[in-house]
Write a protein that binds this ligand. Structure first.
Ligand SMILES: Nc1ncnc2c1ncn2[C@@H]1O[C@H](COP(=O)(O)OP(=O)(O)OP(=O)(O)O)[C@@H](O)[C@H]1O
Ligand SMILES: [Mg+2]
Length: 465
């Protein structure tokens, strides 16, 4: 089993990030827009107040007898204007030529006089930013323009903005916090069934393959639990079949092994007294050990045919495999006087399969045909090429009844009454090899009596080299 752990983060974290990052971005954007709007309104209202101060100073302008502009701004009135705990207040009166008449000299004199105003500007004095408002008035009786300029530092504006900003930010932060909490709770709740499933699987015993029940399964988890239960059912079934197989194999092996043991004991006892019988006993011992060897070989072949990972599927010549399989059984055919005929194309017949598997399969089919046909019977092996490649092994033996045609592929199954020492595994190996090599095998009746085993290999595609 692989111990590879591919942690790709947690679902909870991913969900939280995907939900919270857009939420925080949205809140930041809305806070920024709200701040800009608040700044605009705060500036407008502070500018209006500044304009009012400029207008109230302008309303106090007059001319003395000499026609010189004077401002009637007693100390008390100035104190009211300047009365502000946080901000500095400045004012300045200048004539149309840009000469300061009265007020704070620290303020820059009007420069661009083409614009009658009111005009607002940020100006820096003494390293501090201030906001100025300039208006023009005519002080009768002359039409000459008089510039009234007022200014204030920005402490109050900033404080006001800070307050507005905080009053926007606080609910936004609360919103993000509450949303995070509810998202976290929601995600936790949503992932609960997954956690339950994990705990359930962790807590069960190693060999417990019963279906998992996690109560109310959410729709998203339904395919997982269904697939898990299907997997468990398959594994269960597989284990059951394996146990059955081991039981059968042990049973089959026990008979010849027990016989062997009995013969050995018997031979021990008679070796000095009954020399004539000893030969017979030795012959029987040899037969029993052959049966054990045959059975063990069959079991090994079956195990090999089941191993998908060890397959070496390649483009291979089927006629070569037929020749190899034939050389494996030629001795048996000769000793039984069975005539083997081959009807094979002269050019190679390519199929995609594991070469060892195909030779094993054909050896089993030839072996059966030779064993179960009548003495001096015949076996005919034929390859036909069409869209698919078809190989047939025909014999003129007793044939296989329809009711037995499927059963003969079962493990350890032998048709009742079958002679000879077989263990009923040959055709299971054939079936297994066919299925792991994408081939198909079936049994047909030979029209003139006997059996035909037919193996169909799929067409070899050009790119499957
Ligand atoms: N060509 C055939 N003609 C008639 N019966 C056959 C033929 N091939 C197989 N059978 C029947 O099918 C049964 C199963 O065959 P299978 O090859 O699986 O086992 P086996 O030949 O008995 O033993 P082994 O495992 O040694 O091959 C045989 O016992 C026989 O009854
Ligand atoms: Mg057989």
């Amino acid at each position: 089993m692989s111990s590879r752990k591919a942690h790709k983060g947690s679902i909870r974290k991913t969900l939280l990030l995907w939900l919270l990052i857009p939420l925080v971005c949205l809140c930041s954007l809305s806070a920024f827009v709200a701040y800009r709007l608040a700044e605009k309104f705060a500036n407008e209202s502070y500018d209006r107040l500044l304009l009012k101060s400029a207008e109230s100073i302008a309303s106090r302008l007059g001319r003395n007898e000499a026609g010189v502009v004077v401002v009637d701004l007693p100390r008390a009135a100035q104190a009211i204007l300047r009365h502000n705990l946080k901000d500095e207040f400045y004012y300045q009166i200048a004539d149309s030529y840009g000469h300061r008449l009265t007020g704070d000299a620290i303020l820059p004199l009007p420069q661009d006089v083409s614009d009658a105003g009111p005009r607002f500007k940020y100006v820096e004095i003494d390293g501090q930013q201030i906001r100025t408002c300039r208006i023009s008035v005519a002080v009768s009786p002359s039409d000459d323009i008089i510039w009234v300029q007022v200014a204030e530092s920005l402490n109050n504006r900033h404080r006001f903005l800070e307050q507005i900003f905080l009053s926007i930010l606080a609910p936004q932060l609360m919103l993000v916090l509450l949303a995070s909490l509810s998202v976290w709770l929601g995600v936790k709740h949503g992932l609960d069934p997954l956690e339950r499933l994990g705990n359930l699987l962790k807590s069960r015993g190693e060999l417990d393959l019963s279906p998992v029940e996690i109560g109310e399964t959410p729709a998203e988890l339904e395919p997982v639990s269904t697939a898990l239960n299907k997997l468990f059912a398959n594994a269960n079934n597989h284990i059951h079949l394996q146990r059955q197989f081991i039981g059968n194999a042990a049973h089959q092996l026990r008979t010849p092994v027990t016989a062997l043991k009995t013969y050995v004991d018997y031979a021990e006892r008679i070796k000095d007294t009954e020399k004539d019988t000893l030969d017979t006993v030795l012959k029987q011992m040899s037969e029993a050990s052959s049966r054990v060897a045959h059975m063990v070989n069959r079991l090994l072949s079956l195990a090999r045919s089941e191993e998908h990972d060890r397959k070496d599927i390649e483009n291979m010549d089927l006629t070569e495999a037929v020749n190899d399989a034939a050389s494996n059984v030629v001795h048996e055919a000769l000793s039984r006087g069975v005539n083997m005929e081959f009807d094979l194309p002269e050019t190679p017949v390519m199929v995609r399969a594991d070469r060892g598997d195909v030779v094993e399969m054909l050896t089993n089919l030839f072996d059966n045909a030779i064993r179960y046909t009548a003495p001096k019977g015949f076996v005919e092996v034929k390859i036909e090429q069409g869209e698919q490649t078809t190989l047939t092994v025909a014999d003129n033996g007793p044939g296989i009844a329809d009711s037995e045609k499927e059963k003969v592929f079962q493990r350890f199954y032998r048709i009742p009454g079958t002679n000879g020492s077989g263990c009923g595994l040959g055709l299971s190996i054939v079936g297994e090899v066919a299925s792991t090599n994408d081939a198909n095998v079936d049994v047909l009746d030979r029209p003139d009596g006997g059996t035909i085993f037919r193996v169909i290999f799929p067409a070899v595609t050009n790119n499957a080299e």
